[in-house]
Design a protein around this ligand. Structure first.
Ligand SMILES: Nc1ncnc2c1ncn2[C@@H]1O[C@H](COP(=O)(O)OP(=O)(O)OP(=O)(O)O)[C@@H](O)[C@H]1O
Ligand SMILES: [Mg+2]
Length: 234
């Protein structure tokens, strides 16, 4: 479904990604793990057109998307939920969700999508009229994820959705990601919670200093000495 090939990305003259290649298949959860500053967020920005690659290619459903503007990439079915559960604080929960459906096709179907999203996040329905600024950190993260679904994506990119949340909420976030796979939505999951993400994902890539240093099925990675020592503290 998604094919990133030999990508290099730079901020001005500073190169952050080198020869990065990853693939995500339909209805898979693929985890992208790595320490602070490894380039995980940069890779997501490269995929969604916020930072077009300096070289290499990005293909989605068989079509080149590198070089397309971000809004066109959203229209093709990729949704990006950025770090930190950012929402519009002075808008209500419902208004935030509707903002997620601004893509032309999604807008026409927004009422039905809203019902589906409320099924996944019943708590947001209860708080529909509440201003986003009054939500707890966990609720805000749920809202950010729910808003990402309002564009009816085929592929969702989540950037550290569990960051800073209490364990109970973390479990809920991971459960929802598994639910999405059941519903046929493909997920590329960036996480620092390496153990938990490798437990729910199908395959994973480990990014270090802007390069993919390891990839494979999650079961194998959980057993590998490198991952156990570097990321699981075993
Ligand atoms: N806008 C920017 N301008 C210049 N350098 C940047 C910019 N954003 C990120 N960087 C640099 O690029 C490198 C990779 O950053 P990135 O945010 O992709 O890492 P990350 O893997 O997402 O880290 P974290 O786990 O802390 O979120 C870092 O060295 C960072 O300082
Ligand atoms: Mg990041």
């Amino acid at each position: 479904m998604l094919k990133v090939c030999d990508v290099a990305s730079l901020y001005g003259k500073v190169q952050v990604l080198w020869d990065v290649s990853i693939q995500v298949g339909e209805a898979e959860i693929v985890a992208l793990v790595g320490s602070n500053g490894a380039g995980k967020t940069t890779l997501l920005k490269t995929i969604t057109g916020l930072l077009p690659p300096a070289s290499g290619t990005v293909e989605f459903l068989g079509r080149r998307i590198d070089g397309l503007p971000p809004h066109a990439i959203v229209e093709l079915g990729i949704s990006h939920v950025p770090e930190g559960g950012r929402v519009f604080p002075d808008m209500t929960v419902r208004e935030n969700l509707e903002m997620g459906a601004y893509a032309l096709k999604a807008w026409r179907e927004r009422r039905r999508t809203l019902e589906e999203v409320y099924q996944l996040f019943p708590l947001l329905k209860e708080r529909e009229r509440q201003l986003a600024r009054t939500l707890s950190g966990g609720e805000r993260q749920m809202l950010a994820m729910a808003r990402g679904l309002m564009s009816k994506p085929k592929l969702c990119l989540f950037d550290e959705p569990s960051y800073g949340l209490a364990p109970r909420v973390v479990a809920e976030v991971f459960r929802i990601i598994c639910d999405l796979r059941e519903r046929g939505i493909t997920v590329l999951l960036v996480e620092q919670n390496v153990r938990h993400s490798l437990e729910i994902a199908d395959r994973a890539y480990v990014l270090e200093n802007g390069r993919v240093c390891l990839e494979g099925a999650c079961g194998e990675l959980l057993r590998s000495d490198f991952v156990r020592q570097a990321y699981l503290g075993l």
